[in-house]
Design a protein around this ligand. Structure first.
Ligand SMILES: [Zn+2]
Ligand SMILES: [Zn+2]
Length: 320
């Protein structure tokens, strides 16, 4: 694409591109994997960061509906735009995955250029630290939507970290029925209760109960076994955790009784807009889920803090 002249005569952005100034960056478990050198799609040194809220600082030609000064959340999936998955509205399935902070340059910087289609405008009265939580809420929005509506009446969520907690909230907003959570950490169990879970138990506490839908937000062999054996005939298991290797599934009972095993991988553009609206309306309040905010100078400490089990979401303040 050609480089266009801006009104000031400077070398401006390519068609359809937008320059952003990241404000707050969220640290995710997957960022810690990259940092430790254990991520399949990214090796350090790399610029990390895929959870970001930003101010629009420059708008290229053809970037409709976006203005300098807008507050925005950026979809980190830099999809090709023309493969079968992209054409069917599922850019999260574009292969190979080209995601900011992994294969593509991340958002931990003061200035960055992104395609306009990745920019989701947010109302300016949403607090930046709330807006910074949009990406995990978007993950939860997509994941909850992967559970068929007729399986949402009696749900089990295994694992109440950042995403598990967000799924609890998303399910509550989306009208799910009874919500049960399995989580070893008592503080996170209490949190899940405040976000709308009806019952929160430690691993091993449930008896022989079964559920119409189960989210495995851990994806360990033990949690997958639990998910597959606790889902009713005709029910659905959504794997939302990121497994670190192959897993066995109890196929005989899954096959005979039409238990569905499905998964959720990142999100689609509309999930961002739903999550922004949830946060704007107060239906989804990130407030307490953000446990720590570090200045950019303290970024190294922020990554250390994010490894500690009693942190939920750790943010880095990039710019004012
Ligand atoms: Zn993430
Ligand atoms: Zn594609």
């Amino acid at each position: 694409m050609s480089v266009q002249e801006s009104p000031e005569g400077d070398c401006a952005l390519d068609r359809g591109d937008v320059r952003i100034a990241p404000q707050y960056l969220g640290i995710c478990g997957s960022d810690l994997h990259v940092l430790a050198g254990g991520h399949p799609f990214a090796q350090p040194p790399t610029v990390p960061g895929h959870e970001v809220c930003a101010i629009v600082t420059e708008v290229g030609p053809g970037a409709e509906g976006i203005a300098v000064g807008d507050h925005a959340v950026i979809d980190p999936i830099m999809a090709c735009g023309h493969c079968r998955a992209c054409r069917s509205g599922r850019p999260n399935l574009c292969e190979p995955p080209n995601v900011a902070g992994f294969r593509a340059p991340g958002f931990a910087r003061t200035s960055h250029v992104v395609p306009a289609r990745n920019v989701h405008i947010a109302p300016k009265d949403v607090a930046w630290t709330d807006l910074a939580f949009t990406e995990p809420a978007t993950c939860a929005r997509h994941s909850a939507g992967r559970m068929p509506e007729d399986c949402r009446d009696d749900i089990l969520v295994i694992g109440a970290g950042t995403i598990g907690l967000s799924i609890v909230r998303a399910l509550r907003i989306m009208g799910a029925g009874k919500l049960t959570v399995i989580e070893p950490d008592p503080a996170k169990r209490a949190f899940a209760g405040r976000l709308g879970a009806d019952r929160c138990v430690a691993p091993g506490e449930l008896r022989s109960e079964t559920f119409s839908g189960v989210f495995d937000v851990v994806a360990a062999q033990t949690t997958l076994n639990e998910a597959c054996t606790r889902v009713i005939a005709g029910g659905t298991v959504v794997v939302m955790g990121v497994p670190n290797g192959p897993r066995e599934i109890p196929l005989p009972s899954m096959q005979r009784f039409e238990r569905t095993l499905t998964s959720s991988g990142m999100y689609q553009p509309g999930d961002f807009d739903d999550a922004i609206e949830w946060i704007r309306s107060g239906a989804f309040r990130p407030g307490d889920l953000v446990t720590d905010v570090f200045d950019l100078d303290d970024a190294a400490r922020a990554y250390e803090r994010a490894k500690e089990p009693d942190s939920i979401k750790v943010l880095i303040h990039i710019a004012d």
